[in-house]
Write a protein that binds this ligand. Sequence first.
Ligand code: HEM
Length: 456
Amino acid sequence: MTTAADRLAGQRPPSPPQGPTALPELPPEVVAEWQASGGPLVELLTRARELGPLSAFTLGPRRTVLVTGPEQVQHVLGQHNDGYVKQSHRAGVLLGDGVISAAGEPWRQQRKLLQSQFTQIGLRRWEQRIADAARRTERRWAELARTGEATDVAGDMQFFALDTIWRTLTGLPLDERTHHELDNINVVVATLSALTATAPADSARVEQALAQIDATCARAITTAREQSRDGLAPEQTGLLHLLLEAARTRPEYTDRLIRDELVNLLVAGHETTAKTLAWLFLRLEQNPEVRTRAVAVCRSGSETERREMINALINETLRLHPAVWLIPRHAAVDDTLDGFHVEAGSHVLVCPYLTHRDPELWPAPEQFDPWRFIEPGRRPTRQGSFYPFGLGARACLGQQFSFREMVALLELLLPSYGLLYRELPSSTFFGVVMCPDGPMRAEVRGLSDPPPTPGE
Ligand code: HEM
């Protein structure tokens, strides 16, 4: 029988939702121990990750939230990017107000201008330059195979990626002088902390490097301006000419902002691709069975099979070694994330490196197994499990571009050359970009019985 009390209970409003709970937090003594050890940040983050897909710790005055779970990553980068913003970029000293560090309306306008050049159609314009840069590196390896001289594989990848982006920006191949001057970008990047915008240790050296970068950019801008004035065929123009064109009607595109955009595209567009290629060659060396199988496909598979294989090699490399291994944000407002409270003002670290090595998402995560990206059902279906190019509105502008250039080079090198290493790095440097810590010296060997070239 229903009593009056039961009837009342039925009418009762549902109990209010539980408020957000505090995030699981690393004890301060663990943080202090890590600080005293002088170990890399990734060690502290790996400890924090053990607490779950969302965790927190306090580092100095800052409360830091670590985000590694797929859904939580989606929330921060994909769905709430207005609440989790970029702030005081780690590389601000180098990037100025360029598209990587800009925010709000200026960023939206800057991104819109560049975006059209990186779509499927926009990219067609750069195909030839990518192909020319790839052939240049291939010619170098052919020559090295002939002479037996050793090379630094990571250095060659750096040159290739810089040559590609330089051709795309200016329409010109990278010359020795500019190459030497732009090495200063690496000088500055190497001093930047993965975590915060701190003053570089050797500020005099950094100042000097920045002055040289500025001078190189100023020269490139002057040359492009003169070329535009003299009239240049569209196939000879680069992104820099597009920026100069924009400056005619948009006063915000001062020479300073054009310099910043140029540097942003140079930085974003070469370090990341170069390090990914270096990691890929290193992984092939460490996994001879994978190398033998993959090279066989590249030498004798159909075009589809070759493409599929190379794409899988790149993806598996990006899974284990996402060049941008840490994506920092600033919580601009209070938020509830997966039932936990994230305070406004928190420092938020989204970490593809740890997501990509989560055994619940990626079985045997430490194994270099490109076939995960080929064989059906072997990839996690949860969105946010794989994001080497970031996610959401601020995801990488150059994702397709970098794939094109990596595929173009690997299609030439993998079927035709083997490497005999003389020196290999044994550790990883976790800076703004994660990279093999040391030279990769190798002799280049032409593989016997090269496959016939098309048309032969
Ligand atoms: C393997 C190569 C690459 C990787 C792994 C990579 C990764 C990333 C990631 C993770 C972000 C997002 C950062 C964030 O959300 O804070 C990003 C942004 C960006 N990337 Fe890439 N990138 C690569 C190549 C390139 C190339 C080749 C270009 C240009 C040609 C490029 C241009 C940019 C730009 C301009 C942004 C900033 C976008 C914005 O804030 O609106 N990237 N990249």
